[in-house]
Design a protein around this ligand. Structure first.
Ligand code: CP
Ligand code: NVA
Length: 302
């Protein structure tokens, strides 16, 4: 049984296999009939407690184009939203569907679901992790600028939230440098050989191959909006920061974007081609992830 619950523990060869499948899926898009795809005959539940545009649509399309059927379940509309336990929901799902894609708050809930459902389970974002996003972003960087090994990725903003946490795991796996420019209240939970932190966004941006940001107010943190906007005000990706990065640096954003907050409107529009290619690549990478999980799970059963 294979899951994708977090990036920690993934081997580079496994990540590379997913990226290779994603590349193949991108090239093949529109050319292949889905009826014999690797998910033929499978129904996958998408259980979402938080809002989503890219992750939801990319998984729904990917599952269909791989021959499967997605079943979207808003947590508010199933008994989970009325207090049914995660483990009981999981035991039911595991008897009816072939896999699950889950977006929620607690990382422990996704892990508990996987344990009790006993079906392949994918983390579609928790408060701690966003593994599918970061695998897809590596795909985008390598597609546009070649191997990520040894590159400097500067994350500017809330370095304590899910997206940079998964970036930090990826830096250890794929051997690149992640430098976080973040206020001390929102510094990364740990630093090390591949991950560093500075309070100065300009220092983080200097010489970077990739400038990356995410929202200042993650889902679930809305009550802290005013305080966060005050603290993060100096951490906007704007022309000044872009000018400090390498001349051909990529500017990426996982989206949704709030212009005038974590990124200036002019930089977002100037770099829109890359940023929306990045969003599109979520679809191709979800296919890589699904195909990899299904193949590994089948292999494990043989
Ligand atoms: N980047 C991302 O996960 O977007 P959604 O919240 O729209 O899925
Ligand atoms: N950190 C953001 C990511 C959104 C894709 C959030 O959790 O809301």
């Amino acid at each position: 049984m294979r899951h994708l619950l977090k990036l920690a523990g993934m081997k580079e060869t496994e990540g590379r296999e997913i990226l290779r499948l994603a590349e193949k899926a991108k090239k093949a898009r529109g050319k292949k009939s889905s009826s014999k795809g690797p998910l033929a005959g499978q129904i996958w539940a998408l259980i979402f407690t938080k809002a989503s545009t890219r992750t939801r649509v990319s998984f729904e399309v990917a599952i269909r184009e791989l021959g499967g059927v997605p079943s979207f379940l808003s947590a508010a509309e199933i008994q989970l939203g009325r207090g049914e336990l995660v483990r009981d929901t999981a035991r039911v799902m595991g008897r009816m569907v072939h896999g699950a894609v889950i977006r929620t708050f607690a990382q422990g809930d996704v892990e508990e679901f996987a344990e009790f459902a006993k079906i392949p389970t994918i983390n579609a974002l928790t408060d701690d992790e966003h593994p599918c996003q970061i695998l897809s972003d590596i795909f985008t960087i390598e597609e546009k600028r070649g191997s990520i090994r040894g590159k400097k990725v500067a994350f500017i903003g809330d370095a304590a939230c899910n997206v940079p946490r998964s970036w930090a795991e990826a830096a250890n796996i794929f051997d690149f440098q992640l430098i976080c420019g973040a206020p001390k209240e929102f510094r990364p939970p740990s630093v090390g050989k591949h991950v560093s932190w500075t309070e100065d966004p300009m220092e983080a941006a200097r010489g970077a191959d990739v400038l990356y940001t995410d929202v200042w107010v993650s889902m679930g943190k809305e009550s802290e909006s005013a305080e966060r906007e005050r603290i993060f005000a100096p951490y906007q990706i704007d022309r000044k920061l872009v000018g400090l990065a390498k001349k051909n640096a990529l500017v990426l954003h996982c989206l949704p974007a709030y212009r005038g907050k974590e990124i200036s409107a002019e930089i977002l529009e100037e770099r829109a081609e890359d940023i929306f290619d990045q969003a599109e690549n979520r679809l191709h990478t979800q296919k890589g992830i699904l195909e990899w999980i299904v193949a590994k799970t089948l292999k494990g059963k043989r």
